[in-house]
Write a protein that binds this ligand. Sequence first.
Ligand code: BEZ
Ligand code: FE
Length: 300
Amino acid sequence: MQPPRQDTGTPATRFSAEHSAEVVTSSFAGTPDPRLREIMTSAVRHLHAFVKDVEPTVEEWATAIGFLTDVGATCTPVRQEFILLSDILGVSMLVETLNNPAGHATESTVEGPFHMVDSPPRPLGADIALDGKGDRCLVTGTVKDADGTPVPGAVVDVWQANADGFYDVQQPELQPERNLRGLFTADDQGRFWFRSIVPRYYPIPTDGPVGRLLNATARHPNRPAHIHFDVRATGFRPLVTHLFVADTPYIDSDAVFGVKDSLVREFSTVDDPARAADAGLPSPFRTVHFDVVLRPEEQQ
Ligand code: BEZ
Ligand code: FE
C-alpha cells in the first residue's frame, strides 16, 4: 500500500482520517458539470470538517441518520419537513437573503408552507376575514419601482393566520375555505387596500422530528404575527415577503429567523367613527400602510 502522497504535492488516494476530505473530493474531480463539481467538493470539505470538529460516536452518527430518516418519512404532498429543518437552521433565510440582497427594493423573506392553495381574486377593499374574528384592520399600500413610480396592475397575493394563530388549511372544519386570503390587482396608481384582522403569532408544526429537535434544544417554535405578500408585475422580479406586526410577541426571536427590520410596521389604532365608516369597519379599528418596491427583472 502506498502511503498518502501529500508530501510530494500529489493528492492522497487512500482513505485516512487526516486526508479524508481530499480523498473524497478527488473522486468528484471528473464531474462533467462544473457547478455540481464545485458544490460536491465544498459539501464534502465542510462535512468532513464538521465530523472532525464534533467527533461523533458511532451511536451519535446513527442517531443523526435516524433523525434525517424521520424528517424524510414525515414529508407528504402537503408537509415538507426538510424545508422546516432548513427554516429552523436559518438556511432558508440565508439562501433567500443571498439571492435578494438588500438594495432599493422591499426585502424578501421565506414563503412558508401555507401558500398551498390559490388565493381567490377579490376586488380592492374586500374583507378577507370571512370568520369575522379578531381586531379589525385596514391594510393599504402602493406597489412602486425603485424610482418611486407606481406600478399599476401589480398583482398582490396575501395570506395570513387568523386571530387564534391558524391558517384556514390547518382548520378546514373550523374556518371558512380561503379565509384570510386574497388576490388583489393594484389600481391605476399602483395602490391596493383590503380589510382584514390583525394576525396572531403562531407555532410552526412541532409534531414531527423538527419539533423534537426544537424541544431538545430548548428553543420555542413561534413565529411573530405577520401577513404574507407575494407581489408580481410584468418586467419585475416576483417578491415574496411578510409584513410584521411591530408589537407582536416573538418579534426578536422568530423560530425561522424571518424578521427584517424594514418589514416591521405599527398597526395603529384609529378611534374615529367617520374614518371607520369610510373604511367599512367598526370603530375603533387598526390600520397599517405597506409600500412595496419591486426590483426590475434583469437586476440580480
Ligand atoms: C409561515 O410563515 O407560514 C411559516 C414559515 C416557515 C415555517 C413555517 C411557517
Ligand atoms: Fe406565516
